[in-house]
Design a protein around this ligand. Sequence first.
Ligand SMILES: *Cc1c(COP(=O)(O)O)cnc(C)c1O
Length: 880
Amino acid sequence: MRTITGAAPVRGGATGVHRPLWSLTMKAVRRFTVRASVPEELSGLTALATNLRWTWHPPTRDLFASMDDPLFRRIRDPLRMLTAVPAERLRELAADEDFLARTRAATEDLERYLTEPRWYQRRAAEGDGQRCPEGVAYFSMEFGVHEALPNYSGGLGVLAGDHLKAASDLGVPMIGVGPLYRSGYFRQSLSLDGWQVEHYPVIDPSGLPLELLTEPSGEPVLVHVAMPGGRELRAQVWLARVGRVPLLLLDTDIDGNDDDLRGVTDRLYGGDADHRIRQEILAGIGGMRAVRRYCELTGHPQPEVFHTNEGHAGFLGLERAREILAAGGPGFDEVLQAVRAGTVFTTHTPVSAGIDRFPVDLVQRYFGDGRLLPAIDVRRVLALGAEDNPGMFNMAHMGLRLAQRANGVSALHGRVSRRMFARLWPGFDEDEVPVRSVTNGVHGPTWVAREMSALLGGSDEEWGHDGPGSSGGPGSGIDGGVTDEQLWDLRRDLRAKLVAEVRRRARDAWLQRGASALELGWTERIFDPDVLTVGFARRVPTYKRLTLMLRDPDRLRALLLDDDHPIQVVVAGKSHPADEGGKALIQQIVRFVDDPAVRQRIVFLPDYDMSMARYLYRGCDVWLNNPTRPLEACGTSGMKAALNGCLNLSIRDGWWDEYYDGSNGWAIPTADGVSDPLVRDDLEAAALYDLLGQQIAPLFYDRDPNGVPKGWLSMIWHTLRTLGPRVQASRMVREYVESYYLPAATTVADATADSYAGSRSLAEYRRRLDTYWSRVRVVDTDLTVDGDSLVVGTEARVRARIDLAGLGESEVSVQAVVGRVGDTDDLHDVVTVPMEPSGRGEFTARLRLPHAGALGYTVRVLPRHRLLASPAELGKVVHA
Ligand SMILES: *Cc1c(COP(=O)(O)O)cnc(C)c1O
């Protein structure tokens, strides 16, 4: 198992793999099989098969399907097609003028896609003073691009994949980087009594759409990372092409490594703290080194902005500090300013328990001997991850301290994150904590059924989200042209495809559980293409409440078996292998669905992954989500469902809290204040049954004389029209570009120009604050109003005398803050007005009283420096 076929495909000459010229890249690791058997005339197919753009480009898939349709339907992977199609058929195709012409057209289309200017290039040409970075590196522990590259566990990875795809469509010069796992995430099956069983199929990278990154000598590129005890961890680097975006995947399973180190990238989210810190050191520090080498070899511009998808790869900031120090840059404090300026940190967890932490002595062990990051004192490292518990190192805290810009993944999650991290910014109101939000999105071309985009008239390009004109929503059909009947036929077609898939998978699952084929005739009759279909598929942590629907089994049974308005339910989800509680929940579901009385209407499908997800999001009528609010940071499956005309039925959590508008689906009322979780479950489950039985099913079955549910369809049209554009990953990536990447690149340029003059100035300023800040105080203040009537809008003058304790007037911001006061004198609904110096330490401002009722005001002093992104950034404030 240890040898890697194709680990060192020595090839002379062809160095670097960046340019979209397949002639350079054809010689990937599959040379033994592919090059030997694909006739020269068909060489374009290899380029098409090794760029994962085919995963969101149906015409490319059609081309491969036309080689051998039944075969393609079985393996669904163009690269594997090239080895699986019989040689005789390949020879036939090589002589088939029509096929050759279509291959040529497809390769030309890919070439055009890879090279033409797109949204980002046009944005860069606008020249509005913001710097458009020439490169952005995106770090994630998992990437879910397609099931053909099983390197993800769930939402976080699929989001990362969608981020890269949308970046590619928009032309954002992004490089993705993360580990490549030998066993990816586990495959799930069930035991006879419904217990989750895990399998870890070992993948062979040379069988995946990957190429090994090589040095000019032809040797594999090796990234080195120092380990304690004088050891070295090495990783080779695989390249996946995600459209225009290179994705670099680090693999430690190579001969040069000690046995235990070969296993660093063995599997996703397995192992103890020691295993995890090695993975994260590899992802952050090794990942950074891989990106550098990749850019050197290929001429891809070096990234200016570094985005971490969750905090696992946070050590990358320290590696960048090391680089600058090694190049003779200024001191660590100065370097840190430059590093922070270019780092964006996205947090995904709404609970402290979900944050990645390590024992301090573990961090000490890896960073303490000075080999991993020479010139960086381990005490500086430890300080960056400090938290309340002095024995723990907190990756999220380090993430926030090393990133000048940070965000949560929905508006609600942004608020929850500001509260969660408020202690890092003492003295500030929660809403001033500098953690903002970008609501996640999903990659439309990946997730929308092609039947849907075809009906609604969106061309593939139009669905490719390239530009301001194309909202990314469906095409012209949505605003007329397509009738209710047509849309309803399509919905039925998608539902029927799901039903066929359910039957197939249910049968396979039973065969795996040990049933014999003879007993399984019933699986061909389960589900019905005309019954209201509800989907519920997600990982199984407690907060997602997989079994909420079982709260009152009789009520659920009644809904399933209703004579007039039956519903059918597909359930799927994996439990973390170490989570026995989660497995018990799965078993509970499985026991319920195994009952012959209900099994034609409810099913649990094992092994939820992208290939199953696709059928579910497209074929369901209702997508159910019932997390305990506010524990779902965003959730994206419901977005994918919405794009296909499936309506959401969800607790108002994550994205749904923000996007639910009263007529694009249903909100399950939350029993937010109820502290007893069982009572809360009872209340919310009852609300769920009520909605399903009293509103949703009646609406679905309310038909016009042609059998069309007009009311239902009007909700689908509304969903497509209003949610369609907003749930797109292209909207999300554009937001990151405009509000994070561009400002970050602009600040970096300012911080690093003239031998880091900006960084030096900010570091020097921070040192001055350390000396003087504790003595800054507001000596006295007053608020005066002309005349004597206080009404809303009356102009007031606020004056304050400030003792700046040696700081200059231009080094601080002084603000007057006016708002409502309650009994405790806390200010709410505040209006903040800058105060101007008026000589002799006095500052004044004019403002209008903003509210009626009890008001209060205060004055505060904040740091000011042009390289700060937010006045709260340094966590310093002095109040009157
Ligand atoms: C989209 C997706 C998820 C994430 O869905 P949530 O709504 O965040 O639970 C998980 N798994 C797969 C396979 C997905 O495609």
